[in-house]
Write a protein that binds this ligand. Structure first.
Ligand code: ZN
Length: 512
């Protein structure tokens, strides 16, 4: 790890040099987009899920710190031929959107209720962009680090009134998606589904190549249709992937999945539509897990590099890079007198070696934390020591006695540990405690209303500058594919009439 002084010295060259590896690609794309009436044959829509605008800066600092190079996304801001804007991602019922309403707004051109996938409040099923693409002879791909049936990929290719119905979504990709890569075996495999259906067998029957690990994925690079499922649930976090030889052997990175998908989809002369999602930026933000979030954002940036390399050889490609909503808005705060300790605190983020998701089970059960540590009983001392050890070995700092007690109370299920109710849960309290060491603080453990960043390049990218309404993306993509199809939409007044019929009252265990 480089010191902050080293980062400062290197930063000018590191930042300006970030695009050197793809300089040729950028020139090709620039020339292609400047031709009058240019229209893309291929569309690559990249989503850093749950990325608050602040993450662009944090990831730049973290990449300079840990990799001695800046990020692609940040460097693209320095090119005059790259379009930049903000995306208004509101859903039909809230200025704070969830991933399913967000992706559906891109995928159908209509704002819908949070929690639904391409369905209006009256139950009208909308036609997703993947079906339009297929009608226009385009091939379609979905690549994600979530379950492939999760809200963001589903918003491009499925239609169902509950985003939690991933078993149903798993059977909706047969007809309109060619390449499906990510996690989510639980929703496909016969021994894990309640109905016992062998869904992968049905994909195989329809000509898909099935892959389950990195080696199989690499071997299948020429397959025209493939279903790749690399974990039961979401793909493991990058921070955990880095620490495990087994995961590195078995599970591809987002950039590797993107490269294979691009190789497969580009075999068609008619072009393709590909969504690439860095899904776990969102999950890390829900956990107020700064290190996991930044490693994840850098993995997404590696996928940007893979996409830019591809586009250099195929400059008739539009690349849109954006996010679906902010999440918990992490920010690096000034630390110590005259902010002088700030850089040193930020550098501590690089000491974390485990995601909060993997750390939490090591802390054990709620019952272990029911006694007050003030009692000084052997059980209380054992529990306190456990918290101290697990936090230190995972996040790279040793919590104080007072902080251990705060974590203990939150793990025991007590409320009122954090005065900000949005942080009053173990992940929020851990985030608060970690912030004393690394300087990152959070507004909540849930989504925010911020306009998201959008960056676009290649033919057609001029449509993505300035303030872009989320629903306009569908219209632009249809136009580029030669379709004038439009889905119906509904205004809020009318939508309220159907509020009771909508399944909004059903509790969701993890609202993401
Ligand atoms: Zn979320």
């Amino acid at each position: 790890m480089k010191s902050s002084a080293a980062i400062g010295r290197r930063s000018f060259f590191a930042r300006t040099g970030a695009l050197a590896a793809v300089a040729g690609s950028l020139e090709q794309l620039s020339a292609a987009q400047s031709r009058p009436g240019a229209r893309p044959k291929n569309i690559i829509f990249m989503v850093s899920d749950g990325m608050s605008p602040t993450v662009l800066t944090l990831a730049e600092h973290f990449s300079l710190l840990t990799r001695q190079k800046g990020t692609m996304w940040h460097a693209l801001y320095n090119r005059p031929d790259v379009q930049r804007g903000l995306m208004d991602m509101a859903s039909l019922n809230s200025i704070v959107t969830d991933s399913s309403a967000a992706s559906s707004s891109w995928g159908s051109g209509s704002r819908i209720w949070n929690g639904m996938v391409n369905v209006l409040p009256d139950g009208t099923a909308l036609t997703p962009i993947a079906s339009i693409a297929r009608q226009q002879k385009k091939r379609v791909g979905l690549v994600t680090t979530a379950t492939v049936t999760h809200a963001t990929p589903a918003g491009f290719a499925a239609s169902t009134n509950d985003r939690g119905g991933e078993n149903i979504i798993a059977e909706q990709y047969y007809n309109n998606v060619d390449v499906i890569l990510g996690g989510g075996r639980s929703f496909f495999d016969a021994d894990k589904r309640k109905d016992g259906k062998d869904v992968p067998a049905e994909y195989a029957r329809r000509g898909y190549t099935l892959v389950r690990n990195k080696q199989q994925l690499m071997a299948a690079h020429q397959a025209p249709k493939m279903l790749g499922l690399f974990s039961n649930s979401h793909v493991p976090y990058t921070i955990d992937h880095r620490q495990s030889e087994e995961l590195q052997r078995e599970v591809p990175t987002l950039a590797e999945m993107a490269e294979i998908a691009l190789g497969s989809l580009s075999q068609s002369s008619e072009g393709f539509l590909l969504q690439i999602e860095g899904a776990r930026i969102d999950h890390a933000a829900h956990n107020n897990d700064a290190a996991a979030l930044l490693w994840e954002q850098m993995a997404f940036d590696d996928a940007i590099q893979a996409v830019l390399r591809f586009a250099g050889k195929h400059p008739d490609t539009l690349i849109v890079i954006t996010s679906d909503h902010g999440n918990s808005n992490p920010g690096m705060n000034s630390m110590s007198s005259k902010y002088g300790g700030t850089d040193a605190c930020f550098e501590r983020l690089a000491l974390a070696t485990r995601s909060v998701e993997r750390m939490t089970p090591l802390l054990g059960s709620k019952a272990e934390y029911s006694m007050s540590f003030e009692s000084n009983s052997p059980a209380a001392n054992t529990a306190a020591e456990k918290i101290r050890e697990v936090v230190k070995s995972s996040l790279g700092f040793e919590p104080t006695k007072e902080h251990v007690e705060l974590i203990r109370r939150s793990l025991a299920g007590q409320t009122g540990v954090a005065a900000n109710y949005g942080l009053d849960k173990p992940a929020g309290v851990l985030g608060l405690v970690a912030g004393h060491h690394n300087g990152i603080q959070w507004t909540s453990t849930s989504h925010t209303s911020d306009y998201t960043l959008v960056t676009a390049l290649g033919p057609g990218s001029d449509r993505f500058q300035g303030v872009v309404r989320n629903t306009d993306c569908f219209r632009h993509m249809c136009d580029f594919m030669g379709s004038n199809f439009r889905n119906p939409s509904m205004d809020l007044q009318k939508a309220k009439q159907f509020m009771k019929a909508a399944r909004l009252t059903k509790p969701h265990l993890h609202w993401v």
